[in-house]
Design a protein around this ligand. Structure first.
Ligand SMILES: [Mn+2]
Length: 448
């Protein structure tokens, strides 16, 4: 391979430039590295000792395109320049630095994670806040007018899809789409990308998946729907996080905490996923010496008996978690209403003035007795009289909810009854209303 010879030439001259990603290279890491190779052909790529299970198949099939060095091969080299991709944390690249001695290389970091926590001293940091690190490098390659082989484009696109949840996570930006489109132009195969993204391939994973589905239970903690499971495994199974994610997709809880007691190593592995910003997993896992992101984190606990720790953990969770958002938190107050005894004409004027398509109906004791919409009023009009009372045309019983119901319940009511507004009622008295728009605004802020 051409690039390989070039590398050996540099090697003889005793000057080496290298690039690598974080330990346990994942798909975004590989996507970034394949583009580094195009952008900086005088850099040799170095592989991590372990490959992330999600990236294993792609790595096995496309190994040759990277022409990786082993970290150990750096031992006798004089390293001049280093590019680090997809991390700015020293402990995630320490496996390489143990072999880099006797040279003081210039370090450049290209990373899409927030740079606040960078602890690699003297490094120069760059990288956009893009959904995938591969996208940032793709942008550079586009600007330079580089061309990729279809295989390289497939590797890069897999990286982007993996880190952006197929271009739908909150951190995704326009640039991710632009680079993805460019990669399609370069011949990336969506069929292959899809195959590489399939993270459940092993029988051992499927076995764990089935066992988890059997033992897991839903717990209501501070109004959040929390899925919880504890499983004993003889030894660690690669790709457990992918199994947890698959179940997350299937069951759609607010958060999932899967605990594995590994008998062989006497450790407890806690893997968690969350859909709500209010359930900040990084924060929770830090208490147990672990970490990650708000939405995905894990911790390894040693010296604890699994089932005892399991119960203790959920007691602690009850204390840490902030209560789930409820109807009272998002409802509109000061809602327009009509009286049962009003005529349809009067009601339609009130609705027109308030610019709403429906209003709660009250009786003379100011209790909510029904709901009337413009549609109901049209029905009245068709029968000929706008002088008939609201009571004759309103919908009852009214579909309402208590102020304490969670957003999940609100969601269920909206979709089950196909209503646009839910009066929030206590002791038959109207407190407010939750509209479709309130719900959508909440979802937008939540990042769904
Ligand atoms: Mn990444």
């Amino acid at each position: 391979m051409g690039a390989c010879n070039k590398g050996s030439l540099k090697y003889r001259l005793g000057v080496m430039n290298i690039a690598f990603g974080h330990t346990n290279m994942d798909l975004d890491c590989l996507g970034s590295l394949i583009l580094i190779k195009k952008l900086y052909p005088d850099y040799r790529l170095v592989r991590s000792k372990l490959i992330h299970p999600a990236a294993q198949n792609l790595y096995t099939l496309y190994n040759g395109y990277f022409d990786f060095l082993n970290p150990k091969e750096l031992e006798r080299e004089h390293i001049k320049n280093i590019i680090i991709v997809d991390t700015c944390m020293a402990d995630r690249v320490s496996e390489y630095f143990t072999y880099i001695r006797g040279s003081s290389p210039r370090i450049r970091i290209i990373d899409h994670h927030p740079p606040e926590h960078c602890d690699i001293l003297g490094a120069q940091i760059e990288g956009g806040r893009m959904g995938a690190n591969t996208s940032y490098l793709g942008k550079l390659a586009m600007q330079r007018g580089l061309r990729l082989a279809p295989e390289e484009a497939t590797i890069a696109l897999t990286g982007i899809y993996a880190d952006t949840g197929r271009l739908i996570y909150e951190n995704v930006c326009k640039g991710d789409f632009e680079v993805a489109a460019w990669l399609i132009d370069m011949g990336a195969s969506l069929k292959l990308v899809r195959a590489f993204l399939e993270t459940i391939n092993e029988d051992s994973q499927i076995e764990v998946l089935n066992r988890l589905l059997r033992v897991q239970m839903t717990r209501n903690i501070q109004g959040h729907v929390i899925l919880a499971a504890h499983l004993e495994l003889e030894e660690n199974v690669p790709g457990l996080a992918a199994v947890v994610e698959k179940i997350m997709e299937l069951e759609n809880p607010d958060a999932y905490f899967a605990m594995f007691s590994i008998t062989k190593t006497k450790t407890v592995l806690l893997i968690a996923r969350s859909r709500k910003p209010k359930i900040d997993l990084h924060h929770i896992m830090q208490e147990y010496g672990g970490g990650g992101h708000q939405a995905a984190a894990s911790a390894k606990i040693t010296g604890r008996e699994g089932s005892v720790f399991y119960e203790e953990f959920f007691t602690r969770l009850e204390q840490i978690l902030r209560p789930a958002t409820r109807a009272a938190d998002i409802m509109s107050r000061g809602v327009s209403v009509v009286q049962e005894t009003m005529s349809l004409l009067e009601a339609s004027r009130i609705m027109e003035q308030a610019d709403v398509s429906g209003v709660p109906v009250l009786n003379d004791r100011q209790e909510v007795t029904g709901f009337i919409s413009l549609r109901d009023i049209m029905k009245g009009r068709r029968t000929g009289s706008m002088e008939l009372t609201v009571r004759a045309y309103m919908t009852r019983p009214v579909i309402s909810a208590a102020s304490t119901v969670t957003m999940r319940e609100i969601e269920r009511i909206l979709f089950k009854h196909h209503v646009g507004q839910i009066p929030i009622v206590e002791n038959q008295k109207l407190l407010g209303i939750v509209t479709r728009r309130d719900y959508l605004e909440y979802k937008k802020k939540q990042g769904i």
